[in-house]
Design a protein around this ligand. Structure first.
Ligand code: CP
Ligand code: NVA
Length: 309
């Protein structure tokens, strides 16, 4: 069976832990494993902009002994009539895996349902699961583990990062708290799924409106842009209602004394996070960015092995 990674809960708790263990090992022995030796190619396709995802997959695939094919889909037939189903079928004849950043989840699901190689979600409107593997690796490193730790996400609680924190955090046995203003709350179906996962892992899920309540005693506090890619002209006020959710020193006073701060980047400094916090001693943001590389190498290795045992 081909294993895809389209959303965070495509990995069971045990599988997520195994990928994070492998990521930590690969970080220590960076160039030791070459599951893509040949080299086998991996297609990395972008319907949206990227810096970290693009470069970390490109470098990571090369470090695994493979050949990265990084393509902006505007130069392909993606946008002018070739069906995603046909693209999935054709690409599967060339490459060992397909990594795709796109808009709706229906698009990546369509590619995956016709691909005969693993498909990886490199961000959609609803999820950013590769980012969460890096975030969890960072929490492990900085907090000594994930299970039982409290992670608060404040800001646009309706976006892809919020949904992935709920699902991946619950899978990791964390107590996930999410806070955003009215009108920017997570999808209730995803919250319900996270709650169900948390029952099995000993974690928990809480959605609230009050940022202070969310960060109280938290071991990790995360935020993200208030305006995700594609939302720039959606006509909503994406500043005023969010101001109380800014991650600044005053908000962090309510968190645990050893709290770490996460941000997937790119940051809009002075909006969702202050310079003082992002550049300060509690920031784990640049370790988090580095961990994209190690986590994605481990994920690709896992999916390739699981798909062809
Ligand atoms: N965090 C993240 O996915 O960054 P990019 O959009 O630069 O890839
Ligand atoms: N929520 C952001 C994440 C960017 C990495 C976006 O979708 O633009």
């Amino acid at each position: 069976m081909i294993r895809h990674f389209l959303r965070d809960d495509d990995l069971s708790p045990a599988e997520q832990a195994a990928v994070l263990d492998l990521a930590a090992a690969m970080k220590t022995e960076r160039f030791a494993r070459k599951p893509l030796a040949g080299p086998r190619s991996v297609a990395v396709l972008f319907d949206k902009q990227s810096l970290r995802t693009r470069i970390s997959f490109d470098a990571g695939i090369a470090e695994l002994g493979g050949h990265p094919l990084v393509v902006d889909t505007q130069v392909t037939h993606f946008g002018r009539g070739e069906t995603l189903a046909d693209a999935g079928r054709v690409l599967s004849r060339y490459v060992a895996a397909i990594v795709l950043r796109t808009h709706g989840d229906d698009r990546i699901a369509e590619v995956a349902s016709h691909a005969t190689v693993p498909v990886v979600n490199a961000l959609t409107d609803t999820y950013h699961p590769c980012q969460l593997l890096a975030d969890l690796l960072t929490v492990r490193e900085r907090c000594g583990g994930t299970a039982g730790r409290t992670l608060a996400y404040v800001g646009d609680a309706a976006n892809n990062m919020s949904h992935s924190y709920l699902l991946a955090g619950a899978t990791a046995g964390m107590h996930v708290r999410v806070a955003g203003p009215a009108g920017f709350q997570p999808d209730p179906e995803i919250v319900a799924r996270a709650e169900k996962i948390a029952v099995g892992t000993g974690g928990s899920v809480r959605v609230c409106g009050d940022p202070v309540e969310a960060v109280r005693g938290a071991d990790a506090v995360a935020t993200d842009t208030w305006t995700s890619m594609g939302q720039e002209a959606d006509g909503l006020d994406r500043i005023t209602p969010f101001r109380p959710y800014q991650v600044n020193d005053a908000l962090l006073d309510h968190a645990a004394p050893e709290v770490i701060v996460l941000h997937c980047l790119p940051a809009h400094r002075g909006e969702e996070i202050t310079d003082e916090v992002l550049d300060g001693p509690r920031s784990a943001v640049f370790d988090q960015a580095e961990n994209r590389l190690h986590a994605q190498k481990a994920l690709l290795t896992f999916l390739l092995e699981a798909s062809h045992p």
